[in-house]
Design a protein around this ligand. Sequence first.
Ligand code: GUN
Ligand code: FE
Length: 458
Amino acid sequence: LIVKGTGFTSYNREKVAILEEALFFIDDRGVIAEVIESSDSSYQDMLAKYEQSENYQALSETEYLLPGMVDLHIHAPQWAQSGTALDIPLADWLNTYTFPLEAKYSDLEYANRVYSDLVSQLLSVGTTTALYFATVHQEASYRLAEICATKGQRGLVGKVVMDDPQQNPEYYRDASTAAALAETETFIQRVQDLHKRTRQGVYPVVTPRFIPSCTDDALAGLGELAAKYDVHIQSHCSESDWEHGYVKERFGKNDAFALDDFGLLADKAVMAHCNHLTKEDAQLFADTGTAIAHCPISNAYFANGVIPLQEYATDYQVEIGLGTDISGGFSKSIFDNIKQAVISSRILEDGVDTRLASHERGVPKSRITLNEAFYHATAGGGQALSLPIGKLVKGYAWDALVLKTDVPEARLPIFDQKEELTDIFQKLIYMSQGANIRKVWVQGQLVHTKGETNGNHN
Ligand code: GUN
Ligand code: FE
């Protein structure tokens, strides 16, 4: 595949690079083999050589390329209740709504319906990689991995562990600690086997729901399994006041140090929320390579929280990606979460206005720019997962989106022929809707198209 078009990509947290009318060469494994910019000396020769080839595609003047979005925290079963029940505290929400809903995934047919719909819808809004919590059920969790494999999404899937009979309802928990660990191990092996039969990759994830739902033995066993199979780990960390307080009471320490004691902080670990990290916790994240899945919409509801994201990213160099936290957050779109990440980060920090000292407003060092939020949604998510994704750069997977600015149902306000590309980038991120996303590739494979007569709808 050879694509010519103008693309935007983060090289690092500070800079969004503009690749104007660049040529992208994608090899047969779906990896970017070469990016030739229009300023390169070989550009004209390469263009002349390849523009007649049948694998060549040129974007139109109103189309732009972005790297695919990475959703670093999403509960697939909760898709069925998205948009509801956002007005109650976390513990009540889990017991009243969420556990009864998740229990329904013992029914594979139900799981199949919801998960198929969710994966298609995520691809249609540009989420090319997702780190999923499924449920305690091994079969339904495996079904989610299969659906990702079939639809071409890069899915990282966890069978959720909730083994403590004191903490979890009888109708929704693992049968025993031993069963939770044995099922997790089998699940890892099955998904690793499935992985070999996919192009884009599907990955098993060790997934203690959160400390309150697991016994010490389960947490220790899961840490051992993660090390034995070298797989990803995910959980919730220091999310709400209640949860944070519970862990302090049980272990006399914060979530971060408690999880670390069980071998659950690691380079391939991703912890959701992290609203109550101390400086020592943040340093431990950095030292272990553990990433934060920042879920700004969800945090506004369950945690009433704004986190000092700028401080974690800049002073501590913690890896950070963005998550929807469906259905703690109501939106399936990482674009929506980019916007909320910027908005939330500004609310409690005064930035440059010295009349309103940050400490009087609550959260110093929270503010991030749009470019930084875009970085976290793409390259930052890829770094968190230790996968070569999230950048339109040589050696990275061709996970890419085509956004079109002049679709009738969602036309962006671009009236000047020569509008600055930096402005167009901002309009694309702040203002585009699902309808603007015309093509989605994962690992070089076209997985979603919209609005084309011969379009292959997912
Ligand atoms: N903590 C434990 N389980 C959950 C969940 O499903 N969603 C959120 N937001 N937090 C949790
Ligand atoms: Fe969550």
